[in-house]
Ligand binder design. Structure first.
Ligand SMILES: [Zn+2]
Length: 191
């Protein structure tokens, strides 16, 4: 017989206690209820704010073949980043070469280490990305610039293109555009 569900699980209101030592209430969200963000991935739901996280970042990803977790081969100055692969195989470009991370595995990148994760396989990748602390510090975003003929640091800009939101990457050396992304799954490998 199914045990009766305590009222605390049934009513969001009851999560807020009047106790003086409890300033912030617990929270929980349904991942599918969170808006899809414009990223180089079919699905990326930013859970940090909906959950009210104050000291860590949490993002949910679904990568179609050719999709990526990030806009660039990048590093964070102060934030460490972990990827828990729930299904499929993610391939991370790292300072030690490509590393495959399979379902049931977690990879951790310390602050200061370059990485970019991809779906190079044929199966959709689902994953959770965790970062702490919440702030990145300085970020370096390396992308191939065809004008500079080398990898350079980039800045990201959100623009409106015919009423559609896009994100573009711009070379910090020469200003050339090195990539452009639209929301949702893009055909082939993302830039
Ligand atoms: Zn350039």
């Amino acid at each position: 017989m199914r045990a009766p569900v305590p009222p605390i699980l049934e009513n969001r209101e009851t999560h807020v206690f009047a106790a003086a030592d409890r300033i912030v209430a617990m929270d929980h969200v349904r991942i599918d209820d969170v808006e899809n963000a414009l990223q180089p991935a079919a699905v990326m739901r930013q859970l940090t704010d909906p959950l009210g996280c104050t000291d860590m970042a949490l993002n949910y990803y679904e990568l179609e073949p050719g999709d990526s977790f990030a806009f660039a081969y990048h590093r964070h100055e102060v934030q460490e980043e972990l990827f828990y692969i729930l299904s499929g195989v993610a391939t991370f470009e790292t300072e030690d070469g490509p590393v495959d991370v399979e379902a049931g595995e977690i990879v951790r990148f310390p602050p200061g280490e370059f990485q970019r994760g991809w779906n190079r396989g044929g199966e959709r990748v689902t994953a959770l990305a965790l970062g702490a602390p919440l702030e990145y510090g300085e970020q370096v975003k390396l992308r191939q610039c065809d004008v500079c003929e080398t990898r350079t640091d980039n800045t990201l800009e959100r623009r409106s293109d015919d009423g559609k939101s896009v994100v573009v990457a711009l070379c910090l050396e020469c200003g050339a555009e090195t990539g452009c992304w639209t929301e949702g799954s893009m055909p082939g490998a993302v830039p």
